[in-house]
Design a protein around this ligand. Structure first.
Ligand code: SDX
Length: 428
């Protein structure tokens, strides 16, 4: 007999089923609550509410554990490549040599974007934010591939839609960057692997051959792996709920890009660097800024600190912090902002305000320092987060569709006016 939870309400008692996941997480299944009691639950920000059952990513916020399809993030970041991890998230297993070669070959066939997409790039104001461009450009892919609008695509057609999106994202992201510099864009070269091709299109020039530093390739793979998925975060939940209306993949991912843009979510990596720069330019007095973050009358927050789920160190932050030292040393870069970040972390982690609230550095706290060392401008950081998160969004959207989940439609408690009679404007 499986466990149940008893709910006593209005003199009645009902039993609600209890579910247990493979990592021993427990949930009370309230899917029949309203039918049985007339009540709904209320949970602002869904802090206590599970939206789905998923087999993709597991994280334990108390223990600082993150696994993709059962593989620890530490091992994947150390031993795998981003394309392998994308395959793992989307199809459920690490690929064989044949499978990953076939995957890379399929992607290489679709890295070009329609030439007419250039008109969109030309239409954006020169200083428009890259995330606004990315969201628009990803959604515009549905115009070039109208067959993707069919919610009942065959398995093969849906597979091709996934391949096209994975293949074109690096091209779109690099073109956004090139356009921001006023440089001519570079076309993908099939001789390169997925990440090297992105780096070539981003940092290459039409005027000369470039050699891509293996240190940069390794760092980029690691960063993209660390951002690849994170269970039901804000942007992933957005992708799932938009997809639940039978909306096409491109528009669903475009919505996820918009959700990620927010500085409380993926936009934090840009906000962290802007914050560290501000502290540096203000003389580097980290105590002053930590006190501002603690002051309830001050809207300033320590960007890159705190997390809805991690009440311990974000395992990704640990890996990125170590990678920071390695990569800056290998590239011979001394970034004073890194020293400020380390000082800020040390002060905050010894301050009761942060310790009591279990506020630790998250994935965004150090990632911007590496992106900067690799040569990316601050405004591109969240676009790079989206490039990394793409396979996770696709995997989650695919799982939601394969499980035939119902359209997402939360309930509410109404607290507005009651029974008012219409009054003509002359009498108002
Ligand atoms: C990502 O969900 C995911 O998995 C996201 C992500 C992913 O991979 O998809 O991990 C990526 O989005 C990482 C988070 C990036 N955001 C930031 O770094 C922005 C700064 N952090 C916060 O704004 C905040 O910590 C959140 C948004 C991340 C989490 O907010 P919660 O869970 O809603 O917590 P809260 O706002 O209710 O804060 C609890 C308390 C409050 O104080 P009290 O009301 O209890 O007195 O902690 C305080 C907050 O004021 N607090 C902070 C703080 N974060 C929380 N105080 C100062 N600085 C901060 N950064």
């Amino acid at each position: 007999m499986s466990e149940t939870a008893e709910l006593k309400l209005d003199g009645k008692s009902i039993q609600l089923p209890v579910l247990e996941g493979t990592e021993n997480e427990k949930a009370i299944d309230i899917s029949k609550l309203r039918d049985q009691t007339g009540y709904v639950t209320l949970d602002s920000g869904f802090k206590n509410t599970g939206a789905t059952k998923s087999a993709i990513t597991f994280l334990d916020g108390e223990k600082g554990i993150l696994k993709y399809r059962g593989y620890g993030i530490e091992e994947l970041a150390e031993k795998s490549t981003f394309l392998e991890v994308a395959y793992l998230l989307i199809y459920g297993n690490l690929p064989t040599k044949t499978e990953i070669e076939d995957f890379q070959r399929k992607i290489s066939r679709h890295t070009l974007v329609h030439e007419d997409m250039k008109k969109f790039f030309d239409g954006f104001p020169s200083k428009s934010h890259p995330m606004g461009q990315l969201s628009s450009l990803v959604c515009s892919l549905s115009s070039f591939y109208p067959e993707s609008l069919d919610p009942h695509q065959t398995k093969e057609e849906f597979e091709l839609t996934i391949i096209k999106l994975l293949a074109k994202m690096p091209t779109i992201v690099s073109w956004i960057y090139k356009k921001s510099l006023g440089h001519p864009v570079l076309y993908p070269q099939n001789k390169y692997d997925y990440v090297s091709n992105f780096l070539y299109m981003t940092f290459g020039q039409r005027t000369e051959e470039i050699t891509i530093d293996p240190v940069v390739i390794d760092a980029m793979n690691k960063l993209l792996i660390l951002h690849a998925d994170h269970e039901q975060n804000c942007s992933t939940s957005t992708v799932r709920i938009v997809g639940s209306s039978d909306c096409n993949l491109y528009a669903s991912i475009s919505a996820g890009v918009s959700a990620l843009w927010g500085p409380l979510h993926g936009g934090a990596n840009q906000a962290v660097i802007e914050m560290l720069e501000k502290i540096k330019n203000d003389g580097g007095d980290v105590d002053k800024w930590v006190n501002k973050a603690k002051d309830k009358n001050d809207s300033f927050r320590l960007m890159g600190f705190g997390h809805r789920v991690y009440k311990n160190f974000d395992p990704r932050a640990k890996i990125i912090k170590k990678a920071c030292d390695d990569i800056l040393a290998k590239l011979g870069i001394n970034d004073p902002v890194l020293d400020i970040a380390k000082k800020l972390e040390e002060v905050a982690l010894n301050d009761p305000y942060f310790v009591d609230r279990k506020l630790y550095p998250n994935v965004d706290f150090y990632s911007g320092i590496i992106y900067r060392a690799l040569g990316f401008p601050t405004e591109m950081f969240t676009v790079l987060f989206a490039l990394g998160r793409l396979p996770g969004w696709i995997a989650q959207w695919k799982e939601m569709r394969e499980n035939k989940e119902p359209i997402g439609r939360p309930r509410q408690i109404y607290i507005g006016e009651k029974d008012r009679t219409f009054v003509d404007i002359a009498s108002r």
